[in-house]
Design a protein around this ligand. Structure first.
Ligand code: A3P
Length: 296
């Protein structure tokens, strides 16, 4: 059993200096040539920034808060993950998307410089969710422990260093959030923050609603806020990834819906790690107007 688990753990390779899972690199041509459609909505995030959460919110808005309808399929079937390529017999994200009728909602973690150009050519709308680096790192660590298809994160101090070096799938957090932040001035991008969504879900859901040009009344908005809350999503089999086989997502190690809070980094970072993190952060985030809250 242990050997089997080791075999499962995929390795990283590079595309233009950015680490990706090997199967993504091998199929990069197909991903780069992805054919977007002008009515596609792209949800883009750094991994573990709240992708599943915003996906659920978008689906609820598009379906006028119809809970049943939003439970028609697991989140990973409702929203194709465009760069997903695995050695398993699952459909690739590109295939899954190409078979889907419009209007589509698509998911990606691709840093802006590597986004398939077709999205820009069609001027697609993008919702980007960013989460503060410290909580994002903690969440990524636990996800690496449970997701047997990703490289083994090692111990907490090991993964802490790997993350700071940007040697994780989809590359460095800092460049990712900055790249998409700068692009919002020139493209149809709604840039949201996990911390804002936690602080005032209704306010952020309203922003998404306006961006999608939907007009729903307050009652429905409240309903959407309730059904996209952490607790409700944790119990929703169509949102909590319990539909993924446990040999891939081993939720006995760490549940996909783990904590869903702001500030969990405080239970992980040592004082020394925090100092080291802050020093590195100041350098890498110098000169950007982008700021984050690490507690509420
Ligand atoms: P934690 O590991 O900190 O709990 P992604 O969907 O991008 O993979 O992100 C997963 C993270 O978002 C996990 O963070 C998960 O618990 C959190 N999350 C998912 N749904 C949420 C919700 N409705 N409210 C708050 N956090 C949520």
């Amino acid at each position: 059993d242990v050997d089997f688990k080791k075999m499962m753990r995929l390795k990283l390779d590079y595309i233009n200096g950015i680490p990706f899972l090997q199967f993504i690199c091998k199929n990069w041509e197909k991903i780069w040539n992805f054919q977007a459609r002008s009515d596609d909505l792209l949800i883009c995030t750094y991994p573990k920034a709240g992708t599943t959460w915003i996906q659920e919110i978008v689906d609820l808005i598009q379906n006028d808060g119809d809970i049943k309808r939003c439970q028609r399929a697991p989140c990973h079937d409702r929203v194709p993950f465009i760069e997903l390529m695995t050695p398993l017999s699952f459909k690739s994200g590109v295939e899954q998307a190409s078979e889907m009728p419009s209007p589509r909602v698509l998911k990606s973690h691709i840093p802006i410089q590597l986004l398939p150009p077709s999205f820009w050519e069609h001027n697609c709308k993008v919702i980007y969710v960013a989460r503060n680096a410290k909580d994002n790192l903690v969440s990524y660590f636990h996800f690496g422990r449970m997701n047997q298809g990703m490289p083994d994160p090692g111990t907490w101090p090991e993964f802490f260093e790997t993350f700071l070096a940007g040697e994780v799938s989809w590359g460095p957090w800092h460049d990712h959030v900055k790249g998409w932040w700068e692009a919002r001035e020139h493209h149809r991008i709604l840039y949201l923050f996990y911390e804002d969504m936690k602080e005032n879900p209704a306010r952020e859901i309203r922003k998404v609603m306006q961006f999608l040009e939907k007009d729903l009344d307050e009652k429905i908005l409240e309903k959407i806020a309730h059904h996209s809350s952490f607790q409700t999503m944790k119990e929703n089999p169509m949102a909590n990834f319990s539909t993924m086989p446990s040999f891939i997502f081993d939720q006995s190690i760490s549940p996909f819906m783990r904590k869903g809070t702001v500030g969990d980094w405080k239970t992980h970072f040592t004082v020394a790690q925090n100092e080291r993190f802050n020093e590195d952060y100041t350098k890498k985030m110098a000169g950007t107007s982008l700021t984050f809250r690490t507690e509420l």
